[in-house]
Design a protein around this ligand. Structure first.
Ligand code: HEC
Length: 151
């Protein structure tokens, strides 16, 4: 949503006639969360180590170290937690939705305040959570079970 606006603003700024390479725009600045479904951060070893640390302190007690949600606290609080180690669980959930849930909380899930994880750290948490699915290879589809197109 913001990028086209920025682009237009940049063109207005530099003059319509100036030769302008969009690819040269600096991408370093943190994007606001409303930037869309694309995760604006690129994971680095450092940022993912930080995400793992935050997750261990603020999230693992409910969601579990491996994201399967089978924790004592979840049982005690009678939480219904999804199993993120199953690749199907988060596959269809947009990043923006996950961001909102982490930042604002939902149901019995408490919000993660800015003082505990800045926006870019929340985005890295989302990458970290999604990476949990890859630790278990998806079951290989059996050719016989593949749906046959009917038309
Ligand atoms: C007190 C337990 C608790 C803690 C701590 C907690 N969550 Fe949750 N989380 C939940 C519950 C319960 C839900 C399901 C909310 C619903 O749909 O009603 C949930 C849902 C989510 C979802 C949405 C996807 C899904 O599986 O439904 C994400 C993403 C998520 N949590 C991430 C986090 C992250 C990241 C942290 C740490 C910053 C965290 N949670 C900390 C309990 C917790």
């Amino acid at each position: 949503m913001f990028k086209p606006l920025l682009f237009v603003a940049a063109i207005a700024l530099f003059g319509i006639t100036a030769s302008f390479a969009p690819g040269a725009m600096p991408q370093e600045a943190a994007q606001p969360p409303a930037a869309g479904a694309v995760n604006p951060v690129k994971p680095t070893a450092h940022s993912q180590a930080r995400a793992r640390k935050i997750y261990g302190i603020d999230c693992a007690m409910c969601h579990g170290d491996n994201g399967d949600g089978k924790t004592d606290l979840a049982r005690d609080m009678e939480l219904t937690l999804k199993d993120w180690s199953d690749p199907k669980t988060l596959a269809a959930r947009p990043n923006q939705e996950l961001f909102s849930i982490i930042r604002s909380g939902k149901g019995k899930m408490p919000p993660e305040a800015e003082g505990r994880a800045k926006d870019d750290e929340v985005w890295n948490l989302i990458l970290y959570i999604r990476s949990m699915a890859r630790q278990r290879p998806a079951a290989a589809p059996t050719p016989a079970a593949a749906p046959v197109a009917s038309n």
